[in-house]
Ligand binder design. Structure first.
Ligand SMILES: [Fe+2]
Ligand SMILES: [Fe+2]
Length: 220
């Protein structure tokens, strides 16, 4: 439930005493209202913390996984004709990941415990699809980016339903990244992703994996 009724004075107290909000730190005498806010882990004025935690955690995991996929593809196809195209998409994923790293700190969100698993799984998916050839790598890109675009669209709907003004910054980030993931998807199609043997089977399998990854990363 959104804590929309938090008076401004409490937030100014919170901003003056940021160190008291750290995990494991105990209330000090005179902390008053600011400490009550800390104990409920509200780091920003009136946000719906469980919703924002889930959104930032899963998006960070997704961008981390995307980076590992492109790393895997580059390990196999880096010197081929599609190397620069993959590198260009990877560069954008690096910016996406950096942004979510910053947002995790700003909103005090912990990463998913599954990061070590996504590290390996992402690289294996990227390298494995690239071993099928350039079209295989692009089929993987189309499948993953379509899932991520759809996922970002769902989050945009959620944040607009919550409060578009309150989540303006986050909405702006997610909308921009959604557009860039959509571009990656289109680049994949332009590079003959659909000509991969068993394209629809491959795409369905990868997208099932993406759904499972999203489900898990939102929760643990
Ligand atoms: Fe991304
Ligand atoms: Fe992407």
């Amino acid at each position: 439930m959104a804590a929309a009724a938090v008076p401004a004075v409490r937030c100014s107290l919170l901003q003056r005493r940021p160190l008291r909000c750290g995990p494991g730190l105990r209330p000090v005498p005179g902390g008053g209202a600011a400490l009550r806010l800390c104990s409920t882990r509200v780091a920003r004025e009136g946000i719906n913390k469980p919703v924002i935690d889930r959104i930032i955690r899963v998006d960070h995991a997704g961008e981390y996984g995307a980076n590992r996929i492109y790393a895997g593809q580059m390990a196999v196809l880096g010197r081929s004709s599609v190397g620069p195209v993959i590198q260009q998409m990877w560069n954008q994923e690096k910016i996406h990941l950096k942004k979510f790293n910053e947002l995790m700190v700003a909103y005090r969100v912990r990463p998913t415990v599954l990061l070590p698993f996504w590290n390996v799984a992402g690289f294996v998916l990227g390298a494995g699809s690239a071993l099928l050839g350039k079209k295989g790598a692009m089929a993987c890109t189309v499948a993953v980016e379509e899932s991520i675009s759809e996922h970002y669209n769902n989050q945009i709907r959620t944040l607009i339903e919550e409060d578009p003004e309150k989540y303006k910054e986050l909405l702006q980030v997610i909308k921009q990244f959604r557009d860039e993931e959509q571009e990656h998807h289109d680049i994949g199609l332009e590079h003959d992703a659909e000509a991969t043997p068993a394209y629809s089977v491959l795409k369905t399998a990868i997208q099932l994996g993406c759904k499972a990854a999203i489900f898990l990363s939102e929760r643990i």
